[in-house]
Design a protein around this ligand. Structure first.
Ligand SMILES: *[C@@H]1O[C@H](CO)[C@@H](O)[C@H](O)[C@H]1NC(C)=O
Ligand SMILES: *[C@@H]1O[C@H](CO)[C@@H](O)[C@H](O)[C@H]1NC(C)=O
Ligand SMILES: *[C@@H]1O[C@H](CO)[C@@H](O)[C@H](O)[C@H]1NC(C)=O
Length: 681
């Protein structure tokens, strides 16, 4: 299986096929240049895309924009995925796709918005790596929200940002100190949820000493505790705080305690791994724990576990023969109160440990949990009593089945390629189109399904999947939301005198329907010198190319809205000079593609050198070898492996200096590093 990935690497060394030679079956727009827009193709051709035929890092390049987003591949596209909430095109904004691919196959990681056809809408590389890019409402206004900070491999230390429709940071949130006078905690990357009450839920990881005698025999052990908080957005006041170790026994985790872990502070045991949050109308919380393999309902008054789906202390009778409760390493649990359904992304794997053939997005209906989330006649939290040591599970299961709440699998959504995500992933129900959007996390792809039948309608690879095993492109979550972007910048125009054309784009603007070229036939003079030239050109994709007549000395472009009104004009550019558009700032990467390729080359050369030495020794000292062959072979192999282990790139992707432009325009620099941990988000 992996030989085809080596084939891909070989193709990369031979040389990449120039993008212009690649012929996506239908270019997205006749008005945009050839390397922009998505690939629209067939599964057969996607195979080559995944292997790196169009580059390990197929990017879209623009003349008028200084950043290059990944060029996605559409294996399937049904009009239903691009359906507007309203047929009426006067509706502002549209449904867009929110992602943040990261890794070596991504040119510059950034929170990114695409339209439903794979055209770039917005990206801002100054943030670098971001997680959970989505749209949430606060006080009736839409905000683009995401986490940004230092990613420690399995969790994050950073803050949450809320950007308004002009992409300005309006609120920066972080957890509150646990007690007055203490340092505020840093926010973890997994979840940031704005509630209807104007509060925010956030996940936190905290390292602390812990007695791990029970279950592990480690007296002075260390754990990574999972916490969450509810904080008032306006005042920063702490409303609720919860920590997993107060309510879950460490040894109930399904994650193995790996050798050497749990004993030292630098190898703390991440037993719970909180990865999603929600709040019910009754004021309780829904928490997903990857390593308990369970989604739990937490009492908003006592913090006690009211019920849990999956894991060692599952509260539900599974009336779908185990399919509704057998989650492994799941992500992104969301409670839908109106339908009493829980949606959850079941990875079916923990990193390298695989429990299922493929990941599934699940819709599970729960019954018998009552309006107050209490389960009748049963205090489920008792089974979490930590003084108990070992729980007697057989006793629990003998409970009267009549009273036991039930879990039923309503629908499971499986990728048409049966993808299995060892980490990350998301699922979102889209009521307007009656579809379900699933992000495959560690595997940089997303699929939109019909909600009722689970039929895949759209299937998209954000980057080549062939390098997934190396972790070269990952995407934590995928969301689809209606969004109106009104950037405070101006449209950007880039003249190309050799092509007798001007290119135009406007990063983040969602209301442009047409571009109108305006020309001035003299070099001097103000706005009054400009006159419209030709008909408005329909905006179809991120960048448009407008032909420039020979009499034009200067050009500018008006962005027109649905009513033909001018939203903004680009700056005027001279038609005799190639316009230089500055490269958008992005934080430097610690490890670049070139370094990685060099490391591979060094590794392969060492292997060859080792083999040559071996052959030389075999020929030269045939007799000696015959007697000492095993020793010499072992020596050479050990040497090659030892060197290779040092030279081979870690699968991780290192980062540094994540700048953060705050409202005041201040740039704060933080050093981040993505460490070579096998475990991920
Ligand atoms: C996370 O990484 C940063 C930077 O490498 C380091 O300073 C910090 O101590 C790490 N945090 C934990 C909890 O390991
Ligand atoms: C967004 O916030 C910035 C900074 O507070 C403000 O200047 C701008 O007008 C806001 N944009 C919109 C569309 O409200
Ligand atoms: C658990 O309970 C059952 C039935 O009540 C009992 O037979 C069994 O010995 C108990 N097991 C443990 C480990 O306590």
């Amino acid at each position: 299986m992996q030989s085809r990935w080596w084939l891909a690497l070989l193709m990369q060394t031979i040389g990449q096929v120039p993008l212009s030679a690649a012929s996506p079956s239908s270019p997205s727009s006749s008005s945009s240049s050839s390397a922009t827009g998505p690939f629209l193709g067939t599964p057969d051709d996607a195979f080559w895309y995944d292997l790196g035929w169009y580059g390990v890092r197929p990017l879209q390049h623009f003349a008028s924009f200084g950043a290059s987003p990944s060029r996605p591949y559409f294996l399937l596209h049904d009009e239903r995925c691009s359906a507007k909430k309203s047929i009426d095109d006067t509706t502002e904004g549209e449904d867009l796709i929110f992602v943040a691919p990261r890794g070596l196959s991504v040119g510059t990681p950034a929170p990114t918005i695409y339209d439903t056809r794979g055209n770039l809408v917005w990206m801002d590389t100054q943030w670098g790596q971001a997680m959970g890019v989505t749209v949430q409402q606060y006080r009736g206004e839409d905000f683009l929200t995401f986490w940004h900070g230092t990613d420690n491999g399995t969790f994050g230390e950073g803050k949450y940002y809320m950007l308004n429709s002009s992409y300005d940071v309006v609120h920066t949130m972080q957890p509150a100190p646990l007690s007055p006078g203490e340092e505020p905690l840093l926010g973890d990357l997994h979840d940031f949820v704005i509630t209807d009450e104007g509060t925010a839920l956030m996940t936190i990881y905290q390292k602390r000493p812990y007695d791990l005698t029970a279950g592990y025999g480690i007296k002075s052990g260390w754990i990574f505790d999972s916490l969450f908080q509810e904080v008032d957005i306006a005042t920063g006041k702490l409303i609720f705080s919860w920590r997993a170790s107060d309510h879950f026994a460490i040894h109930d985790t399904l994650a193995p305690l790996k050798r050497g872990f749990g004993r030292r502070s630098d190898k703390a045991f991440d037993f719970f791994h909180i990865n999603s949050l929600g709040k019910t109308s009754t004021g309780d919380y829904i928490v997903s724990s990857r390593y308990m393999c369970a989604v739990a309902c937490i009492s908003g008054s006592t913090g006690a576990v009211l019920w849990q789906l999956g894991g060692r202390h599952n509260s539900f009778a599974d009336i779908s023969s185990g399919e509704a409760t057998n989650m492994h390493g799941q992500h992104h649990a969301v409670w839908h109160e109106d339908t009493q359904e829980l949606t959850v992304f079941d990875n079916g794997a923990f990193d390298k440990l695989t429990m299922a053939a493929h990941s599934r997005a699940l819709r599970v209906r729960l019954t018998g949990i009552g309006g107050d989330n209490e389960i009748d006649d049963e205090d489920v939290d008792e089974s979490h009593d930590k003084t108990d040591g070992k729980n007697n599970e057989s006793g629990e299961e003998e409970d009267d089945d009549d009273d036991q709440p039930t879990a039923e699998l309503v629908q499971a959504y499986v990728s048409p390629e049966s993808l299995r995500a060892p980490s990350q992933g998301s699922v979102q129900i889209l009521d307007a189109t009656d579809t379900v959007l699933v992000g495959w996390g560690h595997v940089p792809a997303y699929t939109e399904f019909s909600a009722d039948e689970g039929k895949p309608l759209c299937n998209v690879h954000l980057c080549p999947l062939g390098f997934t095993w190396l972790g070269w492109c990952k995407n934590y979550r995928v969301f689809k939301h209606h969004w109106v972007g009104r950037p405070s910048t101006l449209p950007s125009a880039a003249m190309r005198p050799d092509k007798k054309a001007v290119y135009v784009s406007w990063n983040g603007a969602t209301e442009v329907r047409h571009w109108q070229l305006e020309i001035a036939t003299i070099m001097t003079g103000g706005d009054a010198q400009f006159t419209k030239h030709g008909n408005p050109v329909e905006k179809d994709g991120f960048e448009a190319r407008l032909a420039v007549p020979s009499e034009a000395k200067r050009v500018r472009i008006a962005a027109l809205d649905v009513n033909g009104l001018v939203l903004a004009y680009s700056a005027a550019v001279s038609t005799s000079e190639k316009t230089v558009v500055p490269v958008m700032y992005s934080p430097p990467l610690k490890e670049t593609m070139r370094q990685v390729v060099f490391q591979y080359a060094a590794f392969i050369s060492l292997g060859i050198a080792g083999a040559v030495v071996l052959v030389y020794l075999a020929v030269r000292h045939r007799v000696a070898i015959l007697t000492r062959a095993r020793k010499v072979t072992a020596l050479v192999i050990t040497a090659v492996i030892a060197v290779a282990a040092r030279v081979l790139p870690s699968r991780a992707y290192k980062y540094e200096a994540l700048p953060t432009t705050t409202m005041s325009g201040m740039t704060e620099l933080r050093t981040g590093e993505r460490q070579g941990s096998r475990q991920e988000v």
